[in-house]
Ligand binder design. Structure first.
Ligand code: LMR
Length: 396
């Protein structure tokens, strides 16, 4: 039965980690996957997480099933985080939230739900977008197209192109937008540009699906999340996937959420019932530990303040690495201009390295990046940056 099965292609991001793990070079460096490492090259266990987990474990609570939509305290905390605690959307009970298996799980619940209720809609993702967006929506049965986004010449957003794409989309299309820290380019929209995007989405009768996996890694938690409430204020349907993998350094716990904003409380209630159906037929209900940990940090004032300062620390260190990367490349590769890396936002830099250069980095230096040239700046540190810069200068 399995004899005719072809080998599937390697995952463009997690496949890099597989290759990295198989490399015996002690000096190998993984700039592929979007994971934050501290200055010692370790994935941090945040102190707020450690404190919350210690308190939770001491309770020795039973491990019964969670509700299909997850922990009520977690879902409420997510809504307050992404919309703001006083949001009219929350007061009017227009939003429903499903605890999900990471941001990817949230996208998948949303995709399956949309396929059921908007089966003929087209999905539009940015050009380029997170590698898994296309695969995920296609596997839910959608035709996926791109909208213009990145301008390789200016290294910024091709805004006229993006607006033209939005205006040309058929009504009812679903447009996947990166709320902040665009993955993979690091090129974000300005507030004024978001105003125009929101107007185009509204005028075109499009359904926005905001993906927010990096809240807090751009300008700050509130600043990065601001666009979510701006979309919610329009009053049209809205989907938001968010993740705590990066912002809580809880990658393996798979903590994320899907929030859907409906027209009113009654509609939201019906939407929730259908979202629960999607989850029940996939994995029944989410896990407990990560959700409890995040909920207790978000709702406990002291832990919350600690989280905000630890997240700010990660954000600042990434910016420092961007600066050092640019300065060092100025010395080592003076004929190349990497100034744009300072302007990019979030964990990644779309470095401009070609596929061949990325391959040379991998083969000759055991430095791993995504084939598109995306590098994870959050994996640079004071001990590995010189080696990375030297190697890049050599392959350029
Ligand atoms: C990434 O873009 O590297 C992360 O979001 C991890 C993943 O699942 O791809």
């Amino acid at each position: 039965m399995f004899s005719a099965i072809d080998m599937a292609p390697r995952d463009p991001i997690l496949g890099i980690t597989e290759a990295f793990n198989a490399d015996h070079n002690q000096a190998k460096i993984n700039l592929g996957v979007g994971v934050y490492y501290d200055d010692n090259g370790k994935v941090p266990l945040l102190e707020c997480v450690h404190k919350a987990e210690t308190a939770l474990l001491s309770q020795q609570a039973p491990r019964t099933y969670l509700p299909i939509d997850g922990l009520p305290a977690y879902d409420k905390a997510v809504q307050e985080l992404i919309f703001g605690a006083d949001s009219p959307v929350i007061q009017q009970r227009r939003a429903v939230t499903m605890q999900a298996i990471g941001g990817t799980g949230a996208l998948k619940i949303g995709a399956d739900f949309l396929k059921r209720f908007a089966p003929g809609a087209q999905i539009f993702i940015s050009d380029p977008s997170w590698e898994n967006h296309r695969a995920l929506f296609e596997s839910a049965g959608f035709v996926v197209s791109n909208y213009a986004y990145y301008d390789a010449v200016t290294r910024g957003v091709n805004f006229p192109g993006m607006m033209a794409s939005l205006r040309a989309m058929p009504r009812g299309s679903i447009v996947v937008l990166h709320a902040c820290c665009h993955n993979p380019t690091g090129a974000d929209l300005s507030d004024e540009q978001w105003t125009d995007v929101i107007a185009a989405v509204t005028a075109g009768g499009l359904i926005p699906f905001l993906d927010m996996a990096y809240q807090g890694f751009g300008a700050g938690i509130q600043e990065d999340g601001a666009v979510v409430s701006r979309f919610a204020a329009i009053g049209t349907p809205l989907l938001v996937s968010n993740s705590f993998s990066k912002s809580f350094s809880l990658y393996g716990e798979r903590v994320g959420a899907l929030t859907v904003v409906a027209a009113d409380a009654d509609e939201a209630h019906r939407v929730l019932s259908q979202l629960k159906r999607v989850v029940r037929t996939n994995y029944s209900s989410p896990h407990m530990h990560g959700g409890k940990t995040v909920a207790s940090v978000l709702t406990h004032p002291e832990l919350r303040a600690l989280w905000e300062s630890e997240l700010a620390g990660m954000r600042v260190r990434i910016k420092e690495m961007r600066n050092q990367f640019v300065e060092k490349l100025k010395e080592k590769a003076p004929s190349h201009n990497f100034e744009f890396v300072r302007e990019q936002v979030g964990m990644f830099s779309y470095s401009g390295l070609t596929k061949d250069q990325v391959e040379l980095l991998r083969k000759e230096h055991s430095i791993y990046a995504v084939d598109t040239g995306r590098i994870c700046v959050a994996a640079l540190n004071s001990k590995n940056i010189d080696r990375v810069v030297d190697a890049i200068a050599k392959v350029l």
